[in-house]
Design a protein around this ligand. Structure first.
Ligand code: ADP
Length: 320
C-alpha cells in the first residue's frame, strides 16, 4: 500500500550498522514527484549508504525505504525497475564500446530487444554521446565516462534518479556540462543527488537535506536554510555621510547588533534575531540628511549555514 500518492521517495527511521559502526541513524525524509533534492554532508556522513539502500544494493539494519510506493527490501526488483542509479564509481566495462555497454545495460534492465535501439539513441542523445558511441570506454575522458554512467541510469526512462556525487573527479568545464544535463532531467524525473559541494547543491536543487554523522540536521530550500540561521538578518548599506557618525548612529538603533564599515561608504549591519531593520535604517539616514545609495538584505550563504549546523553538532557531541 502506498502511504502517500505524491511521494516518490519515502524514508522512515532508516538505520544502518556496518558491524559496530553506526553509519546512519533513524533518517526520515520524503521526496515528492518532480522534486530535485540534494543530499549534502561532509565525507563519511552517510550519503552513499543511504543512496545504496534506496537503490536496493544494501539492506538497512532498521527502518524502511520506499521508492514509487515499493519497499526497497521486499520489492527490490520493482524498485530497481523504477529507478536509475548513478553510483559514486560507475562500474563501466572499459573493453566495450559505449553503445555495446549501453545495450548490455538495457538488457540487464529488462528492456525488450525491439525497444532497445530506440532507447539507446534516446539516452545517447540526452547525454551527448552520439559522437563517441563507437569508441571504447577505456579511451574516454572522465567526463564522457560520467555521461555514460548517467546514460545507463536513464535507460528505460525511470521516474526516479539517484545520483551519488555526480560530478566528483570531473574538471570544471565537465562539471558545468554534467550539471546542465542534470538540470534538464529534473522536472520529468524525481531526482535525489548527493554532494559534499555546497554551490553544486544550491545551484541544482529545490530542497537540501543536510546530513552529518548519520543524522539529518536540516531540510529546507537553500533560501530558507540561509534565512533560518537564527544569527539575525544582515543588511548591506551604502550611505554618503561622515563614516564615524554613520557607524555611531547605526549602532544606536536598538535592533542593531553589529555594524561593520567596509570602506567607500559601505556598511554591513547585522540585526538582532531575524528582524528586518531596513525601515529603521532608511529613516535614520533620511533624518540625518545623508544620502542613501543602497539598502539591501543580504542572506547568509548556504556555506555559512552548513558550517554552522555541522560545527554545532560536533560541539554538542563532544560536550556530551
Ligand atoms: P558518505 O557517502 O557521506 O561519505 P558513507 O555512507 O560512505 O558516507 O559512510 C558513512 C559511514 O559508514 C562512515 O563512517 C564510513 O566509514 C562507514 N562505512 C561506509 N561503508 C562501510 C563499509 N563497507 N564497512 C564499514 N564501514 C563503512
Amino acid at each position: 500500500m502506498r502511504s502517500n500518492m505524491d511521494m516518490m521517495i519515502e524514508v522512515q527511521d532508516l538505520t544502518k550498522y556496518y558491524g559496530p559502526t553506526l553509519a546512519i541513524s533513524r533518517l526520515s525524509f520524503e521526496v515528492a514527484q518532480g522534486e530535485i533534492v540534494g543530499f549534502l554532508g561532509p565525507n563519511g556522513a552517510g550519503k552513499t549508504t543511504t543512496l545504496k539502500i534506496l537503490s536496493g544494493f544494501l539492506s538497512p539494519s532498521g527502518g524502511t525505504a520506499r521508492i514509487n510506493g515499493r519497499d526497497c527490501v521486499t520489492e527490490s526488483l520493482e524498485v530497481r525497475h523504477s529507478l536509475g542509479y548513478l553510483p559514486e564509481t560507475v562500474p563501466l566495462y572499459t573493453d566495450l564500446t559505449v553503445s555495446q555497454f549501453l545495450r548490455f545495460a538495457a538488457q540487464a534492465k529488462g528492456v525488450e530487444a525491439q525497444k532497445g535501439n530506440g532507447e539507446l539513441s534516446r539516452v545517447m542523445d540526452a547525454c551527448g554521446l552520439g559522437e563517441v558511441q563507437h569508441k571504447l570506454i577505456a579511451s574516454l575522458s572522465k567526463g564522457f565516462r560520467q555521461r555514460v554512467g548517467l546514460a545507463q541510469a536513464l535507460i528505460n526512462n525511470p521516474p526516479v534518479l539517484i545520483l551519488d556525487e555526480p560530478t566528483i573527479g570531473l574538471d570544471p568545464s565537465q562539471i558545468v556540462e554534467i550539471r546542465q544535463l542534470i538540470k534538464e532531467l529534473a522536472g520529468a524525473h524525481t531526482v535525489i543527488l548527493s554532494s559534499h559541494i555546497l554551490p553544486e547543491v544550491s545551484q541544482l536543487c529545490q530542497r537540501v537535506i543536510i546530513i552529518n554523522r548519520g543524522q539529518i540536521v536540516a531540510s529546507d530550500t537553500p533560501e530558507n536554510l540561509s534565512r533560518q540561521l537564527g544569527h539575525g538578518s544582515r543588511v548591506r548599506l551604502t550611505v554618503c555621510g561622515p563614516e564615524g557618525e554613520v557607524v555611531e548612529a547605526l549602532q544606536k538603533i536598538p535592533q542593531v547588533r553589529e555594524v561593520a564599515g567596509e570602506g567607500e561608504n559601505r556598511y554591513l549591519v547585522v540585526a538582532a534575531n531575524d528582524l528586518d531593520v531596513r525601515p529603521q535604517l532608511a529613516r535614520l539616514v533620511v533624518e540625518r540628511g545623508w544620502e542613501l545609495l543602497e539598502l539591501k538584505a543580504q542572506e547568509f550563504t548556504l556555506e555559512e549555514v552548513f558550517l554552522d549546523l555541522v560545527t554545532e553538532e560536533e560541539v554538542t557531541e563532544e560536550e556530551s
